[in-house]
Design a protein. Structure first.
Length: 53
């Protein structure tokens, strides 16, 4: 969450934060759903960074 926030990656930060909150509440199915979304957002960030090379 912190690195995403420092880099201005708000969508990734928000998803990671939501996933953390789900885990704190014991909502494993919610956390799994957020994990899938977070992985997609992370892949998009990686692809964008690759384009900058």
């Amino acid at each position: 969450k912190g690195v995403a926030a420092n880099l201005g990656l708000e969508r990734l930060r928000a998803l990671a934060s939501d996933m953390t909150e789900c885990l704190r509440r014991g909502d494993l199915s919610g956390a799994q759903a957020r994990l899938a979304e977070t992985e997609t957002a992370y892949r998009r960030v990686l692809a964008a960074l690759e384009e900058l090379k």
